[in-house]
Write a protein that binds this ligand. Structure first.
Ligand code: DUT
Length: 160
């Protein structure tokens, strides 16, 4: 069973009322990165390729901070700290307005016990302007059995 947005909101911070949806909580875009170097996925480990934060649009002095993203693939870090509670699994879906603008967010499994500010793969198939802090995704929780908790290399990522 999927949980209500109000339940999910108890595990996402910070949130405003406008982020809480019937079935999940909207996540915002914080920093957008561009990968510079190849990564590596091995049989016993992995390496994430070097990346650089995309510059914010400066020409028009846009307020709030705005990214202008040409066609390409980017890593986006969400603005919220997420905790996946015991007996649950998390999934992130793109906001449909992103998809309707020819962009897509690709995501993986969010494990029980994970805490951090995670990331997604933003595919831009047509140039788009994206305000920093704009809602781009929705996190939902489903109930799930598990025998242990997340203890991988991304535990506690991007939180001070
Ligand atoms: O789209 C996603 C999906 C998951 N995560 C977070 C939550 C998840 O629990 C964690 C680790 O994901 P995964 O287990 O797939 O990572 P891995 O590549 O297997 O690395 P490790 O074994 O170090 O965990 O990353 C994201 O940030 N974005």
């Amino acid at each position: 069973m999927f949980r209500s947005g109000a339940f999910v909101a108890d595990h996402v911070s910070p949130t405003t009322d406008s982020q809480v949806q019937p079935n999940g909580v909207d996540l915002t875009a914080d920093v957008v990165f561009e990968q510079l170097e190849p990564g590596r996925i091995g049989r016993d480990g992995k390496q994430i390729g070097d990346r650089v934060a995309r510059p914010l649009e400066e020409l028009e002095q846009k307020e709030p901070d705005t990214y202008y993203l040409p066609e390409g693939a980017y890593i986006v870090r969400y603005g919220e700290r997420i905790e996946i509670p015991e007996d649950h699994i998390g999934f992130v879906y793109p906001r449909s307005s992103l998809m309707r603008n020819s962009c897509m967010l690709n995501t993986a499994v969010w494990d029980a016990g994970y805490e951090g500010r995670g990331e997604g793969l933003l595919q831009v198939h047509h140039d788009i302007e994206l305000e920093r802090g704009a809602r781009i995704a929705q996190l939902v929780f489903a109930e799930a059995n598990h025998e242990d908790f997340y203890d991988g290399s991304y535990q506690g990522e991007n939180v001070e």
